[in-house]
Design a protein around this ligand. Structure first.
Ligand code: PLP
Length: 516
C-alpha cells in the first residue's frame, strides 16, 4: 500500500475531536526545519525584548508576588501556540530575570556573556552531542581535548597534562580532592579507595584551605565521606590570602596530633576578595610534606588571558590540579568549567569501565572516550564549543583586554572608596571584588550592620543596583563584584552616590526616632 493512503486511513480512524499526536511535527528533523527556524527566531526576539525592556538589573518583585503569578499555570494543559507561551514565560521569568550585563549589577560572580558563545549554544543544544564516547561526539571529543590542552598551556603545564570539562567549579574542586585523596592512599598506604573504600585511618586525612576558600571544599569533603572535619582552615594575611607561615604551623600541628595531611587547596581569586594565595610558597610547603596541591582558580582563571596581569598566577604551574571556571571569568554562558591535572596518568585513578560504553579492552588511543576522565557526569553537554567559538573568533588577546579593563576599573573604584571618609574598604583586589561598608557621619545610636543591610535591600527591591554582601569578623559588609568590561568608573561613582543617599535616609530616620 502507498504511504500516503496508509496515513489517510489512520487519520480517518482517529476518534473525533482527538488530534493526531503521532504526527511528530515537534521532533527536530529535516521535515520540521522551518518550524525550528521560526521558533528560534521568535526566541531570539524574546531575548531582544529582554535587552530592550530590562533597563534595571532587577524588577524588584517580591517572591510572594512572583509566586502568585504561577497560580494559574496548569501544567496538564498545554498552551495553544508560541505566542501564548512567550507571554507566559515573560510574565513568569524574563520580565524579572536578573540582568548581568548591566553595570548596575555588581553583586555575584556572574559575567556578561560574549555573542560567539551564544551562537555556539544554538548548535550545542540542537545537535546535542554527548561528550562521553567518540560515537556520541566525534569532533566534539577533539574540540574539548584541544581546549583542555590549550588551557593547560596557559597554566604552564607541559604536554603531560589532561583534564575534562565539568559543570562548574564545585564539581572541578571535587575532582581535585578526590584525586588527591585516592592518590595519597595508593601511593603512601598502598590502598585502592576506588575499589576498597576508605582505609581505617581515613578519618585522619586532612585538607588545608584558607579561611576565605570556597565552601565547596567543605561540601566536597563531606560528600567524599571524610567529613567537614577533614578541612583545616588556615588564617590569612592583611589581604585575606592564605598565610604560608600559618599553613606550615597548621600542618605540623595536625601531624603532632596523629592526623595525616594529604592536600592543600590554594585559592587563586577568593570569592570574597579576589585575592590570590601565595602559590609558590604553598607548593614548596606541599612538597616538603608530600601533599597534593589543588589550585582553585574558578574565579582567577581570567588572569590566564591577560598579558598585563598573568604574573599574578605565577606558581600555578606547580599545582597537581587546577579548577577553571570559564563561566566566571571567560565571559561564557553557564555552564562552562574545567578540571585539569598536571600528570594525565593521575586521571586513571578514577577510571571505571562499563561494557556497554567504554569496555576495558578498547584501545582508547584509537577510539577516544572522554567519559574515562569524568567522574560525576556520563551524558555530558558539549559546552566546549562555546569556548571554541569565543577563542576562534575573538582571540585570547581581546578577552585578556576585557580582563585588564575590569581589574583597572576595580582598582580605580578601590581608590575612590579608600579616599572617602564615608566608606571603609577592607582590601584592594587582584581581580574585581571590593568589600566595604558605608560609615555614617554620626555613629552614635546607629547600628552600622543594620544600616548597610538596609542599603543593600532597599537597592535590591528598587531594582536599581544589585550588590552582594558578606560577613567579616562577624560584621556586615557590602560587596562589589566587577566582572563587566562595560562597567566604567562613572558607573561606580553613581552607585556610590545611591548608596550614600540610602545611608543618609537611614541615618536621618534613626535620629528622628531617637529624638522623638
Ligand atoms: C564560584 C566559585 C566556585 C564554585 O564554582 P561553581 O561554578 O559555582 O560551582 C569555587 N571556587 C571559587 C573560588 C569560586 O569563586
Amino acid at each position: 500500500m502507498e504511504k500516503q493512503t496508509l496515513i489517510s486511513i489512520y487519520a480517518t480512524e482517529l476518534p473525533e475531536n482527538e488530534t493526531d499526536d503521532t504526527s511528530c511535527n515537534d521532533i527536530f528533523y529535516e521535515d520540521t526545519e522551518t518550524d525550528y527556524r521560526l521558533a528560534i527566531r521568535a526566541a531570539a526576539e524574546q531575548v531582544s525584548g529582554f535587552l530592550k525592556n530590562n533597563k534595571k538589573p532587577f524588577s524588584g518583585i517580591k517572591p510572594a508576588m512572583l509566586l502568585a503569578e504561577f497560580e494559574n499555570v496548569n501544567l496538564e494543559n498545554p498552551l495553544p501556540d508560541y505566542k501564548s507561551l512567550f507571554e507566559e514565560v515573560n510574565a513568569l521569568y524574563i520580565k524579572h530575570a536578573t540582568a548581568f550585563h548591566l553595570p548596575q549589577y555588581i553583586a555575584h560572580l556572574n559575567c556578561p556573556v560574549v555573542i560567539p558563545a551564544l551562537a555556539a549554544e544554538v548548535i550545542i543544544s540542537a545537535i546535542n552531542s554527548s561528550q562521553d564516547t567518540y560515537d556520541q561526539s566525534a569532533g566534539g571529543t577533539f574540540i574539548e581535548r584541544r581546549l583542555i590542552d590549550w588551557t593547560g598551556q596557559q597554566i604552564g603545564y607541559n604536554n603531560q597534562c589532561d583534564g575534562v570539562f565539568t559543570g562548574g567549579g564545585s564539581q572541578s574542586n571535587m575532582m581535585g580532592l578526590l584525586l588527591a585523596r585516592d592518590y595519597y592512599a595508593l601511593t603512601w598506604l598502598n590502598h585502592n579507595i576506588k575499589l576498597q573504600g576508605h582505609p581505617a585511618n581515613a578519618n585522619r586525612f586532612r585538607i588545608f584551605v584558607s579561611e576565605k576558600a570556597h565552601f565547596s571544599n567543605q561540601k566536597n569533603a563531606s560528600l567524599m565521606g571524610l567529613g567537614e572535619q577533614a578541612i583545616i582552615r588556615v588564617g590569612t594575611d592583611e589581604r585575606f590570602r592564605m598565610d604560608a607561615a600559618q599553613l606550615q604551623q597548621a600542618i605540623v600541628q595536625e601531624i603532632e596530633q596523629g592526623n595525616i595531611p594529604i592536600a592543600i587547596v590554594a585559592t587563586a581569586g577568593t570569592t570574597d576578595f579576589g585575592n590570590i594565595d601565595p602559590l609558590t610558597d604553598i607548593s614548596r610547603i606541599a612538597k616538603q610534606f608530600n601533599m597534593w596541591v589543588h589550585v582553585d582558580a574558578a574565579y582567577g582563571c581570567g588572569l590566564l588571558l591577560s598579558e598585563k596581569y598573568r604574573h599574578l598566577l605565577n606558581g600555578i604551574e606547580q599545582a597537581d590540579s587546577v579548577t577553571v571556571d570559564y563561566h566566571k571569568s571567560f565571559f561564557q554562558p553557564i555552564s562552562s568549567s574545567a578540571f585539569l591535572v598536571k600528570n594525565k596518568f593521575h586521571l586513571n585513578i578514577i577510571k571505571h569501565h562499563a561494557d556497554y560504553l567504554n569496555p576495558k579492552e578498547q584501545d582508547y588511543d584509537e577510539l577516544p572516550a572522554q567519559i574515562n576522565k569524568s567522574i560525576t557526569q556520563s551524558t555530558r553537554r558539549f559546552d566546549a564549543l562555546k569556548l571554541w567559538f569565543t577563542l576562534r573568533l575573538m582571540g585570547k588577546q581581546k578577552l585578556g583586554r576585557y580582563t585588564d579593563k575590569i581589574i583597572d576599573t576595580t582598582e580605580q573604584a578601590a581608590c575612590l572608596l579608600d579616599n572617602s571618609h564615608q566608606f571603609e574598604l577592607l582590601s584592594h583586589s587582584d581581580l574585581g571584588v571590593l568589600v566595604f561598608r558605608y560609615i555614617p557621619q554620626r555613629t552614635t545610636g546607629i547600628d552600622i550592620d543594620a544600616m548597610n543591610l538596609y542599603i543593600k535591600q532597599t537597592m535590591f527591591f528598587n531594582g536599581e543596583v544589585l550588590v552582594a554582601s558578606t560577613k567579616v569578623n562577624g560584621q556586615f559588609f557590602l560587596k562589589f563584584t566587577i566582572l563587566n568590561p562595560l562597567t566604567a568608573i562613572q558607573h561606580i561613582q553613581n552607585i556610590l552616590t545611591i548608596i550614600k543617599k540610602h545611608g543618609k535616609d537611614y541615618e536621618q530616620r534613626c535620629h528622628t526616632t531617637a529624638n522623638s
